[in-house]
Write a protein that binds this ligand. Structure first.
Ligand code: F3S
Length: 393
């Protein structure tokens, strides 16, 4: 791997021990993945933020670092709402450790928006190189925006944030961004009994795609649908980029019918089968974090209703602070809207043995991360389950 003189100097420790370690990490990653050089990045997004997932060892590793990030860097959701953790039932000992994690990131200069939707906050443009770690944000950046990021691990993203560069391989290169299978979707958006569920579609598609790049035909998703789809595919597979014919910005560059690609079909009936389920103890929405439009839809669906089961909605503090009336409208039903955290990375959901979600990613992770059975439904079905009233279609 070719390094500039400045980069060699950092590797020799001329700019301190933390920068030396971070450069060593990036060079090591670059060698493993065959990168020829490092490239500057526009921003970073760092995972490994919830004390639930990193624990004591992760905290000790973070505490061993000093220095500062050199590009705009946003933290992933942590294990609790930083303002309302007591009412959410978070144990004080957990909160204390979570605060220590936050203190380290603050000291390193990381912005504490604590969200998996950094693209709501960081201006992110087509063709920019990034080092983002949260898998759903990576899928969104690559697929919906046309920016370029590999699916970084937490330490790799933090190293890139501190150095301001990342190894150039994989999705940073044109040749790494072509589709490797085609998924034809049948029965979506053609007049149906239930709304299209893009999270459930992503759940199924991720299993087909694994770590490959799928090219979709037969769907017309909106940006929040693409967000849900990408998050689910990143969970049941390791999809970091997907194309949707006529929708996503790079889809037009590829002509998958000319290549020897596998073709799969997913029908709306298969998606519908996934949505059948049992009664649950609690309902959680907002994976990935709700956009303002999604909060508005939830507020509309809840108007005049009361939550009879615990109903949680997760969003970023950035979105929440700009949409206080929506928070109030949702909470008027008895639901709770929390920021900074989510149903998967917080210990909140550990109190329930069954949880209904509207997200393909949460459906994949709630059983292993929260020890609860999971059911997936549309947003309307989630509201109906929580309120016990007929939902609006
Ligand atoms: Fe975000 Fe948590 Fe889902 S980090 S993508 S809301 S699992």
């Amino acid at each position: 791997m070719e390094l500039t003189r400045d980069e060699e100097g950092i590797l020799d420790g001329r700019e301190g021990e933390t920068r030396r370690r971070m450069m060593e990490l990036l060079v090591g990653l670059g060698k493993v993945f065959g990168a020829s050089r490092l490239i500057p990045i526009a921003s970073a997004q760092v995972s490994g933020a919830s004390y639930k997932t990193i624990g004591r060892w992760g905290l000790e590793w973070l505490e061993s670092l000093d220095g500062k990030v050199t590009v705009p860097t946003i933290l992933n959701p942590v294990g609790m709402d930083r303002e309302r953790w007591r009412e959410a039932g978070i144990p004080p000992e957990f909160a204390e450790n979570q605060e220590k994690v936050l203190d380290v990131y603050r000291r390193l200069g990381v912005r504490l928006e604590c969200t998996c939707t950094p693209y709501e906050i960081l201006p992110t443009r087509f063709g920019q190189h990034l080092a983002w770690a949260e898998s759903s944000a990576v899928a969104y950046a690559n697929s919906v925006i046309g920016a370029r990021t590999n699916r970084e691990g937490g330490p790799g993203a933090l190293a890139a944030a501190i150095i301001g560069k990342t190894p150039c391989y994989g999705l940073h290169l044109d040749r790494g961004r072509g589709p490797s299978l085609v998924i034809r979707v049948e029965g979506f958006s053609t007049g149906k009994t239930r709304p299209d569920h893009y999270g459930a579609l992503g759940f199924l598609a991720g299993k087909l795609a694994g770590n490959r790049i799928p090219y979709f035909r037969g769907i017309r998703p909106l940006p929040d649908d693409l967000k849900a789809m990408g998050a689910a595919m990143a969970a049941t597979g390791a999809v970091a980029l997907f194309h949707v014919e006529g929708v996503t910005p790079e889809a037009g560059r590829w002509q998958p019918e000319t290549g020897p690609l596998e073709v799969h079909t997913i029908g709306s009936a298969e998606v519908g089968d996934l949505l059948k389920g049992m009664e649950v103890e609690a309902v959680a929405m907002g994976c990935p974090h709700c956009s303002a439009a999604e909060l508005a839809e939830i507020a509309r669906l809840l108007r005049g209703k009361r939550a009879r089961k615990p109903l949680f909605v997760f969003t970023s503090r950035w979105v929440l602070e700009r949409n206080r009336p929506l928070l109030e409208a949702i909470e008027a039903s008895g639901a709770r809207v929390y920021a900074d955290t989510c149903m998967v990375v917080s210990p909140m959901m550990d109190a329930y043995s069954s949880v209904m979600v509207d997200s393909g990613k949460a459906f994949a992770y709630v059983p292993s991360m929260c020890g609860a059975m999971a059911r997936i439904g549309t947003r309307e079905e989630c509201i109906r389950e929580a309120t016990g009233t007929p939902g609006e279609a």
